[in-house]
Every structure is written in C-alpha cells, then in structure tokens.
Design a protein around this ligand. Structure first.
Ligand SMILES: [Mn+2]
Length: 324
C-alpha cells in the first residue's frame, strides 16, 4: 500500500479531462492487449466477455461490457469508506474483450479459457465483465487448473441446474453444476447468497447443491439474519484458501437493476449490494466477475451503473488482496 503509484497504470484524471471525454475504457484505465509488451507489469486485468449465447430467456448481455465501460467513466479513484485507492495499490489495466464466437458455445468456451489461462500464467488477477453467467465456467477452468477453489456467489439463482431443452448442459443456468462436476469448485467451500424466485419442478438445483455440500442462503434467511451475519458465515466457509467471487447483477432487486436476463423481485437494494462486497476484505480472492447486465432491457444505463459501481467495490477488495 505504501509503494508509489505506477504512472503507466493510472486512469485519466477527471480533474484534468471531464469524465464524458475520451475513449471509454474500464474506469478510464489504459488499455493493453494481454499478449503485448504493454501489458507487462499488469496485476489486475479488467476484461470483457461480450457473449450471451448461454442465455435461456432474455438476451442482450453480449452488449454488457461496452455499456459497462461507458458508465465506468463515472468512477473516481478513492473508496469513500475504506479510502482504498485501487489504482495506486495495484497495476490495473483494461485488457480488452475476449474475442468470442457468438454462434458457437464450445468455440467460445475454448476462447475464454485460453484467454484466461494466458493471463493466469502471467500472474494477472482478472476482474471480468460479462456476458451471461456461463462465462464463469471457462474462467474457472483456467483459474482452477491447479486444484478446486472456493466461491462466494451472489445471485437470485443457484445456476446449478443440470440440463435445458434437448439435454443441453451448457447454459447460463448450469455453470456451477458443471464446475463442481469437473472438480473446479470445492462444494464445501461454495456459498450462494440471495437465492429466490419461482423454481423448476422440485427445486432440483437447490437440492442437488445442498447434497454436494454447497451452502445456499435463500433471500428470506439473508434478510432475517442481516448481511453482516451472513457474510461472517461466508468468510468462515471459504476460509483463507483460494476463492473466486461471482456476482450476478440479478442479485440486486430489479427496482435498481432491471436490465438483466432473469430478474427476480424481493432482492437487496444497491446499498446492501455494496456492503456484502466490503465484507470480503482480507480473503484470498483469485478473481471476480460481474455478469448478466443486459443493456437492451435498461437503455437508461442505470443497471450498468450499478454493475460498474459493484465492479469498483470488487476492485478495491482485489487490489488490497493482491498486494498482500
Ligand atoms: Mn446467475
């Protein structure tokens, strides 16, 4: 925290050039392709995965990263509570978008995995903007290559379903079932928070998850206990082992974040949406994502603004945790 900020990785200052000017990279950071010399020294990479072909209902998350970048130009440099200065604490850069294949799921999963394997080998911690929630699967395939990791997952849905339609195992409702089956996640170190909404059949997703050892905290329990108590439990469950954070924007009540594929009422407001991230401080977090922002369903950009504000919260946690 005491080292001098690296001038190469500073965002454009809004005190010098107004925030509506310039090319909208994530948080006005410099952009470097990960496989070029410019990316040397990057510690946290902000990456877009503009892909939504895993979506089973309302599409549009492929347009998320671009609108998130646009709205992210409103982010300033210092956290209001912790006073964290993530752009000084770690070398952050916009590493661009993964070149996805919008017409082929397996091709895209391969492209995303290769991209994240490369940046993982470079020692870069990813903060990813989706895209629909299936993108977390290839990210985990890359980051958990050395062994199963834990996960704190904020969402209305478990995303632990088995199949859709003609037995399709790869949709945005199935990524974490696949990740557990593939040994990428240690279910005893997985916590899902905020689960709600009508369910398929006999809630097979919840039952299967609990049978594997996943801790699933439905929204009724969350509000009964309060976020501090719930997050204390989440911290204890993941412990100090490597932990991924996956944040679906539909965790937030659709009054605040309507621009998403599968909204569910009865959720946390934006204040609690921030607080739960602040409770992650000090954990061993190996990467994080913010997924399911669908700009066509909120053309005001309000949902994307909520999304990038949560990405800034995540960045403050990641930058502290990657500096040690
Ligand atoms: Mn989800």
């Amino acid at each position: 925290m005491t080292r001098a900020p690296n001038p190469k990785f500073q965002p454009v200052s809004a005190l010098e050039s107004p925030r509506f000017t310039g090319i909208p990279t994530f948080m006005r950071l410099p952009h470097f392709a990960h496989d070029t010399a410019g990316a040397e020294g990057v510690e946290i990479g902000l990456i877009g995965v503009p892909w939504d072909s895993g979506t089973t209902n309302r599409p549009g998350a492929r347009h998320g990263p671009r609108q998130l970048r646009d709205m992210s130009t409103m982010i300033r440099s210092t956290h209001p509570v912790s006073r964290a200065k993530p752009f000084e604490a770690a070398n952050c850069a916009d590493l661009g978008d993964v070149p996805v294949n919008p017409t082929d799921t397996n091709s895209t999963l391969g492209r995303v995995e290769r991209f994240f394997r490369a940046i993982h080998a470079q020692g870069i911690t990813p903060l990813t903007a989706g895209g629909d929630h299936l993108i977390s699967l290839p990210v985990l395939r890359a980051l958990a290559a050395e062994g199963a990791v834990g996960m704190i997952h904020f969402d209305s849905h478990t995303d632990l379903n088995d199949t859709y339609f003609d037995g399709d195992k790869l949709t945005h409702g199935t990524p974490f079932r696949r990740a557990i089956e593939e040994g990428l996640l240690d279910p005893a170190r997985v916590v899902q928070i905020g689960i709600r909404g009508s369910s398929y059949g006999d809630c097979d997703d919840v039952e299967w998850g609990r049978a594997q050892g996943v801790t699933i905290i439905q929204i009724e329990e969350y509000f009964d206990r309060g976020y501090r108590d719930v997050m204390a439990q989440a911290r204890a469950i993941v412990g100090d082992g490597p932990t991924y954070v996956s944040y679906d924007i539909d965790y937030v009540d659709p009054a605040f974040a309507p621009g998403t594929g599968t909204p569910e009422i009865g959720g946390p407001n934006t204040f609690e949406a921030q607080q739960v991230i602040r409770e992650l401080a000090g954990l061993n977090i190996i990467g994080a994502d913010l997924v399911e922002v669908s700009p066509p369903f909120d053309q005001t950009g309000g949902t994307a603004w909520v999304g990038v504000s949560l990405m800034f919260e995540l960045l403050c946690i990641l930058s502290a945790s990657c500096r040690g």
